[in-house]
Ligand binder design. Structure first.
Ligand code: AMP
Ligand code: ZN
Ligand code: FE
Ligand code: FE
Length: 285
């Protein structure tokens, strides 16, 4: 059984439509795929409708969050959520707030780039997103298409990097609140790519223990951005804290070079995850 629990469609910052994404999952030989777009459940219905025979679709999301260290600036972190009730009002309101935050922040970044002569337009970027959740990958593609950079990676390494003067932070959810919101909605919160050091500062073990105390149920252990030593550390921490250990590709279509199913989840861990979620159900094609 091959299980990939973290993918993005064009409903957020991936390039496959939800229907293309479930087709790609089946073509890659997956038995289970979770759709985890940033801050939205808008892709669930289309993915379910297109789910091919033999594939199980797990409804999910990746919530944009922050960890607040006692003595330092907040650290940007991501919280995966599975099998939650999409109509739970508090979580739905928080997702809506985050999407609005993304629009304000994206517009500020693009306006600053344009003011300095980079040929990018916020209106064009929003139009291209087709009403989906806008993120830096959309800005990166616009910079590639304008010939400013040669690739999305180059945009992320320079103009869009979190140390760039054009970078604008978002007022993301306190991750402890995010965990509580997901649990209140019957969902399973799993801390995403916790030691992906290339993305910036990462949280310490104290933070992971605090999250476990607040109701976190899993750690994403196998992820393309995790070094082997960090995977081993997270795996032992998950065992110590009684948390699920998951593995996933974080597929974004052609916005990233990682193929779908690049990392996968152990079937026993997946079975445990199914017993922990009660707000929505997987669907079979
Ligand atoms: P944002 O949520 O708008 O801050 O943008 C972050 C998103 O960009 C995350 O989903 C990352 O997976 C994605 N990302 C980070 N680095 C890269 C990269 N080098 N190429 C493509 N996408 C990236
Ligand atoms: Zn993304
Ligand atoms: Fe993420
Ligand atoms: Fe992701």
């Amino acid at each position: 059984m091959r299980i990939d629990l973290h993918t993005h469609s064009s409903v957020s910052d991936g390039t496959d439509t939800p229907a293309d994404l479930v087709a790609a999952a089946a073509a890659a030989g997956l038995d289970v795929v979770a759709l985890t777009d940033h801050d939205t459940t808008d892709g669930w219905a289309a993915a379910r409708a297109a789910c091919p025979p033999g594939l199980v679709l797990v409804p999910g999301m990746e919530l944009s969050c922050r960890w607040f260290p006692a003595d330092d600036r907040p650290i940007s972190v991501h919280l995966l959520a599975y099998l939650f009730d999409p109509d739970a009002p508090e979580l739905a309101a928080e997702r809506a707030r985050l999407r609005a935050e993304r629009l304000t922040r994206g517009e500020r970044m693009v306006t600053a780039l344009a003011a300095d002569g980079f040929p990018v337009s916020w209106a064009a970027i929003v139009a291209r997103s087709g009403g989906g959740v806008v993120g830096r990958p959309h800005v990166a593609r616009a910079l590639v298409e304008a010939g400013v950079v040669g690739s999305v990676d180059e945009a992320f390494a320079g103009l869009l990097h979190h140390t760039s003067p054009y970078y604008v932070a978002k007022a993301d959810t306190d991750v402890l609140d995010g965990i509580a919101l997901v649990r209140a909605a019957g969902g399973v919160p799993v801390f995403a790519h916790g030691l992906a050091r290339s993305r910036g500062r990462v949280v310490g073990d104290d933070a992971l223990a605090a999250m476990a105390g607040a109701g976190l149920l899993g750690l994403e252990v196998d992820h393309p951005d995790h070094a082997d030593a960090d995977r081993a550390h997270l795996r032992s921490l998950a065992a110590d804290l009684g948390l699920l250990a998951t593995g996933s590709s974080d597929y974004h279509g052609t916005n990233k070079r990682t193929p779908i199913a690049a990392c996968t989840t152990d079937p026993g861990q997946y079975e445990r995850l199914l017993t922990l979620g009660s707000g929505s159900a997987p669907s079979a094609g």
